[in-house]
Design a protein around this ligand. Structure first.
Ligand SMILES: [Fe+2]
Length: 343
């Protein structure tokens, strides 16, 4: 079995491959790592057949849909998953064949209602049901500490003690554990009484995960994250360096129609000389009047360099085929000591 663990901050994802049949599966893909999964599969001559999300993640952005778009792989989830784009919904005990590899779904609700673990010969991918030295929390939407107890003590911990444990998260840089070690030393698993376990889980008093709302929104809908939207725009827009624009302005010709897309207050407080003002919120409404020449070189400018990227992408969508964005924004321009007018 070809096995790769991909670490993204505290998120762990996995690529498993069958070398005989050139088939691969990715478990709990992270949205920013799509090119890495594709590269790893290509390195070993594998085609990704399946993408498995062990549950609806509230703490990272799933790359399942993007990976499916890139490979045609089927998205596999628990039969109870609310995700509208799941292609295969597994019931308890069902087996997925990936070439010669056999992956068995163990439905383990508790962290979420749609949590499942994936057993693959000597190892189990535990999602957020069992972590190294911990368990997933049970206080997020659809979580249930009683179900988590049952899934752990009556299911997962009954696997052979030598079974390797590969979780979806570890924040201390550890790669894996095994069932026997977790039974012996995982602090949460020392509460073997169901009522005591539930009481412990109900009093953890954890802070909400960062990006909770965006993770649930995008993971439940399959839609893009804000970072993904920005990355897509940045990938199809050319940029102009601040120093190059400053030098061109000093020489008397910017070479571009400068278009400041910030709000009026920010524009009035200081803008690059010669810049036209068209707030991004009014871009589509006023673009025909303000920019009659679609062949003009237009350079969008904002405060931080992100909204200007979106604006340049929008202008390109509208047929301004030479629109570009300033690399950096007025904030960086000001901090570089470059000249502004107004204010
Ligand atoms: Fe989770």
């Amino acid at each position: 079995m070809i096995f790769e663990q991909i670490v993204t901050g505290g998120c762990l994802s996995y690529l498993l491959g069958c070398p005989e049949r050139c088939a691969a599966v990715v478990i709990d893909p992270e949205a920013s790592q799509i090119d890495r999964y594709l590269g790893l599969a290509a390195k070993d001559g594998l085609r990704i057949h399946y993408v498995i999300d062990t549950h609806t993640h509230a703490d990272h952005f799933s790359g399942a849909r993007a990976l499916k778009a890139a490979t045609g792989a089927l998205i596999v989830m628990n039969k109870l998953s609310p995700f509208p784009f799941a292609d295969l919904r597994l019931d308890d005990g069902e087996i997925l064949k990936v070439g010669e590899l056999k992956l068995q779904a163990l439905l383990t609700p508790g962290h979420t209602r749609d949590s499942m673990c994936i057993l693959a010969s000597d190892r189990v991918f535990t999602g957020d049901t069992l972590l190294i030295g911990g368990t997933g929390r049970s206080d997020l939407p659809t979580g249930n500490p009683g179900q988590l107890y049952d899934s752990l003590f009556n299911r997962l911990l009954k696997l052979p003690p030598e079974t390797l444990v590969y979780p979806a998260h570890d924040y201390k840089g550890r790669s894996h554990s095994d069932i026997g070690t977790e039974i012996a030393s995982n602090p949460r698993l020392q509460k073997t009484d169901r009522a005591e376990f539930i009481a412990m889980m109900e009093h953890l008093d954890l802070a909400a995960p960062t990006h909770l709302t965006e993770a649930l929104r995008t993971n439940l809908s399959g839609a893009k994250t804000v970072a993904g939207l920005l990355a897509e725009a940045a990938a199809r827009v050319p940029f102009v360096a601040m120093d190059d624009l400053a030098a061109a302005l000093a020489a008397g010709n910017a070479g571009y129609v400068l278009l400041d897309v910030r709000e009026k207050d920010a524009f009035d407080a200081g803008h690059i000389i010669g810049a036209l003002h068209l707030p991004r919120g009014q871009l589509e409404l006023r673009v025909n009047d303000m920019l009659p020449d679609p062949t003009a070189r237009i350079l969008t400018i904002c405060e931080f360099g992100r909204i200007s990227t979106l604006a340049a992408a929008t202008l390109r969508d509208l047929g301004f085929t030479r629109a570009a964005a300033l690399d950096g924004g007025v904030k960086a321009w000001r901090e570089a000591g470059l000249p502004l007018v107004g204010g």
